[in-house]
Ligand binder design. Structure first.
Ligand code: GTP
Ligand code: MG
Length: 326
């Protein structure tokens, strides 16, 4: 039903993963796409209130002002140019447009397995989910056959090093650390040198959480980046920003400031399982056009998913009979 995005025949494992994605997104499904579908399936005729109601649902779901006006404009044109009598005929158009907003940002990390220490610098505000995301990513990369090393670059928060070391022990991943209070840039520099010497495929560096509005802390992060480039002129290969979806539009402000200061090359959006504000992905994609690498839909290792626009849209819209597109 309402599917324009082709689903390949789903294996039981894919079905299970897709069901977990849908379940992880259930609050956004009910608040956002659930409300849209209710409106379009139950309304008998198209009037000017309908577009206003669609607009309100989009704004309430944190899709953001710009993406919402694009969508309403697109629907208005579609209504003008086509003979449409029933609201439900708008569903595919809406789905298609939402998909087209996310599609350019649907780019997974493509890392060569050459033992040349591809470095990922992970940044974001306090509690966004950086350290947890690093632990999950490390596990997934190892499962794909990459060798991984972690750098405990959060030398600020007490127990941050231990938290990363616990993830390291869980999956047998080496962690390079110094004591709390050490210089973050020097820990990460040493880690790059060690990863190069050991011919590790991927080095993931944690950093301390910091508010994007604190300029001294952002300067410190820029210094980390400069020092990394001394160990490898292409490092960091990926500057990843971790954003907590549950803060809605604030995530957009954070992303804009981090991007100005750090030239972010990839985004991970966490905690989608606990929020109805999943529409924030559309706002971020529309506004920043930076690849969304992963989404977090829970606390387990498998609850970090490579972001895929087809799967995300299908999971938001489709009924239980449809499978994963990938
Ligand atoms: N439900 C849910 N919880 C998550 C997700 N990602 C992270 N968390 C939880 O969010 C909390 C904070 O995660 P951390 O990884 O410690 O966050 P951080 O950004 O490293 O925090 P600081 O180091 O203090 O800046 C932890 O309790 C995580 O388990 C997610 O996708 N879903
Ligand atoms: Mg942390």
């Amino acid at each position: 039903m309402f599917g324009f995005i082709k689903s390949k025949s789903a294996t039981p494992k894919n079905k299970n993963l897709f069901a977990r994605l849908k379940d992880g997104l259930k609050r956004t499904r009910s608040n956002f796409t659930g409300n849209l579908l209710n409106l379009l399936l139950n309304r008998q005729s198209i009037d000017k209130d309908l577009l206003e109601e669609i607009e309100t649902i989009l704004l309430m779901a944190d899709v953001g002002v710009d993406a919402t006006s694009d969508i309403i404009e697109n629907l208005t044109k579609h209504l003008k140019n086509n003979k449409i009598s029933e609201p439900k005929e708008l569903i595919d158009k809406l789905k298609e447009h939402l998909h087209s907003i996310l599609q350019p940002c649907s780019q997974t990390l493509d890392i060569p397995k050459t033992g040349s220490a591809y470095t990922i610098l992970v940044t974001g505000i306090n509690g966004a989910g950086k350290t947890t995301t690093i632990g999950k990513m490390a596990h997934q990369f190892q499962q794909k056959g990459y060798s991984v090393m972690l750098a405990a670059g959060d030398t600020y928060r007490a127990a941050a090093v231990e938290q990363l070391e616990t993830w390291g022990e869980r999956h047998n991943t080496p962690v390079i650390s110094q004591s709390t209070g050490a210089d973050s840039a020097s820990v990460i520099f040493d880690a790059i040198k060690s990863a190069q010497a050991k011919k590790v495929d991927i080095l993931i560096a944690d950093t301390a959480g910091r508010l994007h509005t604190k300029s001294n802390l952002m300067e410190e992060l820029k210094k980390v980046k400069r020092v990394m480039a001394k160990a490898d002129q292409n490092a960091p290969h990926e500057t990843m920003l971790v954003l907590d979806a549950s803060i809605g539009q604030n995530a957009l402000n954070q992303a804009q400031t981090f991007h100005q200061d750090m030239n972010v090359t990839g985004i991970t959006i966490t905690k989608l399982d606990g929020t109805a504000k999943g529409g924030i992905l559309f706002a971020i994609a529309r506004q920043l056009n930076i690849p969304i690498r992963y989404i977090g839909i829970g606390e387990g290792s498998e609850d970090l998913r490579e972001f895929n626009a087809d799967n995300f849209i299908n999971a938001l819209f489709e009924n239980d009979s449809q499978g994963e597109a990938k």
